[in-house]
Design a protein around this ligand. Structure first.
Ligand code: HEM
Length: 131
């Protein structure tokens, strides 16, 4: 196979391990400041950051770090204990977009990453009640 035929993963395209670390570190402070999202998350956000780092790595095409440690992700089920409305999904994606800007991803890269994350974000919606 020539080099041109090889598919580059989103993970590699945006800068791999180092970029993923920066995204997660930029993202959670925004979540913690968001009035809709912050009440859902524990004060000690570090374990969630660690898991998100593992998950996003594999979700964007990198090594399967999350599954290696925690088994099948079952992400919708893992989000069921938390009431997630379409507004939460939009807020989550907005924090992510801001994080991607902050770490310096190009507009093209941001669009691809946000598009990849939009499907799960709206898939995790489990209620239309806002309380
Ligand atoms: C739609 C809006 C979303 C909301 C409101 C939300 C909220 C949460 C909350 C409250 C937790 C658990 C905190 C805890 O354990 O106490 C969590 C965990 C997590 N979320 Fe989300 N989330 C959303 C979307 C996403 C998306 C789009 C992804 C990735 C594609 C994602 C990946 C994760 C991961 C990997 C964990 C850790 C799971 C584990 O415990 O192993 N979330 N999320």
């Amino acid at each position: 196979m020539s080099e041109q035929d090889q598919k580059v993963t989103i993970y590699d395209w945006i800068g791999g391990e180092e970029t993923l670390r920066q995204i997660v570190e930029a993202f959670y402070p925004k979540v913690q400041l968001d009035p809709l999202l912050s009440p859902l998350f524990p004060e000690d956000i570090l374990p969630i950051m660690e898991k998100q780092h593992l998950f996003l790595t594999q979700f964007l095409g990198g090594p399967s770090l999350y599954s290696d440690q925690y088994g099948h992700p079952m992400m919708r089920a893992r989000h069921m204990p938390f009431p997630i409305t379409p507004a939460h999904a939009a807020a989550w994606l907005s924090c992510m977009e801001q994080a991607l800007v902050e770490v310096g991803l190009s507009a093209e890269m941001r669009e691809v990453v946000i598009q990849r994350l939009s499907a799960p974000a709206y898939h995790f919606v489990n209620t239309h009640e806002s309380n």
